[in-house]
Design a protein around this ligand. Structure first.
Ligand SMILES: [Zn+2]
Length: 382
């Protein structure tokens, strides 16, 4: 078991940060991703302005667009017109800040800290570990949107887990250097001096046999390797699916799995959308009612709601089942509409706006709410 504390430095948006964290948390295994919520502030006087001339930046962005053959000309234009000021910061500053954070937040020396920062760094690396040997890592979060298409989460999440796995495999930089692949082979240990090449890693989502061997010899926990592989494969599946989906938008299969009725999208690398028991109760209820139900009518369906909830309730006080369902279906409480909006935002986070539309109960206040997806796409399994 390893605890990985994700931290954002202040210039990295909290919203993006949470999206990355939520994505990582959907994969089970010995790596536990957590946050202290408190962000980290890199002192202003440690920031060095970098001047990327407009031309250079434009070329860089154009390259990115060519690589991904962006078909959306409005995106291309907005990329080219954007001018920002960029900063870089020394590795010493980054890792000193991480170490200070570790001390002030009382994070154990065995836990990992991964700082997500928009600032570039002195060597221009996308991710690196503390040369002093502490379990401090950083991932550079900027510019990825130009290189990997639409979704910032995938390259950032990929680098978080690959940085952790490298830290568990290699003892120091000369060790790492000895095994890093100078020629890209689509392995996690490819040395990518170029953000464009990273897309190869993301698409192959692989660890080559030589590296597997090495990790085995060095007794890297196999459960950790399995989890990292399932994360990078899951990321690849989601990426591929989303880019194809844009050309051919159609719903995808939703599985309701096992006793705890996990909500899973197998075509997205078994992505699980996590609802709490009451949210899940409403979700399953609406799946049962393709005709749509008004919120004020929930009261008429109390027995059905109660039956679903009883199967999901994991608390110790069974009288709460009755009480919670009474509150949920009470037309004068806004319990149900609160849960619906939370379900909607969880689905949008997991699936993106366009795809999520098929799966949350839609409808204006007084109208019937219904989940749009054709029920042939819904599969109940053990
Ligand atoms: Zn390799």
């Amino acid at each position: 078991m390893h605890t990985i504390w994700l931290i954002r430095s202040h210039e990295y948006s909290a919203e993006k940060f949470w999206e990355v964290l939520e994505l990582l948390k959907t994969f089970q295994g010995p790596l536990q991703f957590r946050t202290q919520e408190k962000h980290l502030e890199i002192p202003q006087d440690q920031l060095e302005e970098i001047s990327i001339s407009d031309i250079e930046l434009k070329n860089q962005k154009l390259d990115a667009l060519r690589v991904f053959e962006s078909r959306d000309s409005s995106i291309s234009l907005s990329l080219l017109e954007k001018t920002e000021v960029y900063h870089k910061v020394s590795w010493d500053t980054i890792f000193d800040q991480c170490q200070e954070y570790r001390t002030s937040q009382r994070i154990s020396e065995n836990d990992f800290i991964v700082l997500l920062t928009e600032h570039s760094n002195e060597y221009g690396w996308f991710t690196a570990g503390d040369p002093k040997g502490q379990r401090n890592l950083f991932v550079h979060t900027a510019f990825w949107e130009y290189y990997t298409g639409s979704d910032h989460r995938y390259p950032v999440a990929y680098h978080v887990v690959s940085a952790v796995l490298k830290r568990l495999t290699f003892t120091n930089y000369s060790d790492l250097n000895a095994y890093m692949h100078k020629e890209a082979r689509g392995c996690m240990n490819d040395f990518c001096a170029d953000k464009k090449k990273v897309s190869l890693k993301l698409r192959t989502a692989d660890i080559c046999p030589a590296c597997m061997d090495l990790m085995d010899r060095r007794n890297v926990d196999r459960a950790v390797i399995r989890q990292v592989l399932s994360i990078i494969e899951g990321i690849r599946d989601q990426m591929l699916f989303k880019s194809r989906w844009k050309l051919d938008p159609k719903p995808l299969k939703l599985q309701v799995k096992g006793e705890s009725k996990r909500i899973i999208f197998p075509e997205l690398g078994n992505l699980e959308v996590k609802f709490n028991p009451l949210e899940k109760t409403l979700f399953l209820f609406y799946l049962n009612h393709p005709e749509g139900i008004k919120l004020v009518e929930l009261n008429d369906f109390k027995p059905e709601l109660k039956r679903i909830y009883a199967g999901l309730y994991n608390g110790s006080d069974p009288t709460l089942i009755e009480a919670n369902i009474a509150f949920l279906s009470n037309p004068f409480s806004n319990s149900a509409s609160e849960k619906l909006s939370r379900m909607k935002s969880k689905l949008i986070h997991a699936l993106g706006k366009d795809l999520a539309l098929f799966y949350y109960p839609k409808g204006e206040n007084a109208e019937a709410r219904k989940i749009e997806v054709e029920r042939e796409w819904v599969e109940y399994c053990e």
